[in-house]
Design a protein around this ligand. Structure first.
Ligand SMILES: NC(=O)c1ccc[n+]([C@@H]2O[C@H](COP(=O)([O-])OP(=O)(O)OC[C@H]3O[C@@H](n4cnc5c(N)ncnc54)[C@H](OP(=O)(O)O)[C@@H]3O)[C@@H](O)[C@H]2O)c1
Length: 306
């Protein structure tokens, strides 16, 4: 099969709080411009809208976004609303609250618990919905997330939010949140070369408890918010050659091979990359491939996890 004929169901599905989503989803952060956040050239609006519609055509039904994904001229949430509303019934839109940016695009300090209702309402307005399917508390380095997560749990009880997740957390934060309300998903930085022991433990706990584990920067790797580079080590290149695919597909397939609870959310504003990323769900790495990739990508623990 050529990439263009492979749809999201090739990767299988996962149940998030009763909603069945494909294991290949879509990250909206790259829809707004050539560089992360405010810097760089704003994206072509028609191209970003076409990417979103094509993602749905290819069977993607899990989109990750945030109100703080905007550039000078584009907002990820507005693009999603314009491209996809009225939304397909089976589409899960996940958003994140905690961080925020002012009108000029500068990052504010971490939100106080009492600010989170406003963050949720901003997402509701931008997405044109009266409830949010899944909201992550994106931890902003606070030691305890109890107060912030407690504020989100109240919004869940009030019906503004269906399900809750946590992001950029350690295992102790997950346990802290679970003592307050159910957690259906954990979103952390994770990928080849970024799988420090604490994150591996989270991945295992999520698997044991039936919680989704959603890695970010799985393709971008060391590039992080600055985006993917074309520099790839020999192990990734060799595995890509052996399967007649791309390094990005190998990186995505490696994350999916770490457990059925792993849900990919590759981010792109490029239609060709979207097709490749969805097709990566059909790529099955062999045991030898995984050994080779793991041997070349020990996480030494010297890299920050986010
Ligand atoms: N919870 C958090 O703190 C957090 C932090 C960051 C991101 N996120 C979420 O996670 C999602 C994924 O992260 P991400 O978008 O930064 O990183 P990613 O998916 O790992 O990689 C995106 C980068 O790779 C490029 N790319 C995508 N597909 C490619 C392909 N097939 N071939 C070559 N290059 C490709 C993109 O550029 P092009 O646009 O040119 O394709 C972009 O530079 C985000 O969209 C966002 O929703 C969450």
């Amino acid at each position: 099969m050529t990439p263009a004929t492979i749809t999201a169901d090739a990767a299988g599905t996962w149940d998030i709080g009763g909603l069945t989503v494909g294991r290949i989803g879509f990250g909206a952060m790259r829809l707004t411009g050539s560089a992360a956040f405010h810097l760089g050239t704003p994206s072509d609006r028609g191209r970003s809208i076409a990417v979103l519609r094509e993602a749905i055509e290819l069977g993607v039904n899990h989109i990750d976004t945030a109100a703080f994904y905007f550039s000078a001229l584009r907002s990820a949430n507005e693009l999603i609303n314009s491209a996809l509303s009225p939304y397909p019934e089976d589409l899960l839109i996940a958003t994140k609250v905690g961080p925020f940016r002012d009108w000029s695009g500068e990052w504010g300090t971490s939100a106080r618990p009492e600010d989170l209702r406003g963050h949720v309402e901003e997402n509701l307005r931008q997405l044109g919905r009266d409830h949010l399917d899944l909201v992550y508390l994106r931890r902003m380095r606070q030691d305890s997330i109890a107060e912030h997560f407690g504020a989100l749990a109240e919004l869940r009880t009030a019906g503004l939010v269906r399900h809750l997740g946590v992001s950029d957390v350690e295992p102790r934060h997950l346990a802290e949140a679970q003592a307050i309300a159910p957690v259906v998903s954990v979103q952390n930085r994770y990928g080849l070369g970024h799988h420090a022991p604490r994150t591996e433990e989270l991945l295992r706990v999520c698997g044991e408890q039936g919680i989704a584990f959603v890695p970010f920067f799985a393709i971008a790797g060391d590039g992080g918010a600055q985006g993917a580079t074309t520099a790839h080590d020999e192990a990734v290149l060799a595995v890509a050659r052996a399967h007649g695919t791309t390094p990005a597909a190998v990186r995505l397939a490696w994350t999916l091979a770490q457990g059925p609870q792993v849900l990919a959310i590759p981010g792109t504003g490029n239609p060709g990359h979207l097709t490749e990323n969805v097709a990566a769900g059909a790529l099955r790495l062999t045991t030898e491939d995984l050994h080779r990739l793991n041997a070349a990508h020990h996480d030494t623990g010297t890299q920050p996890e986010n």
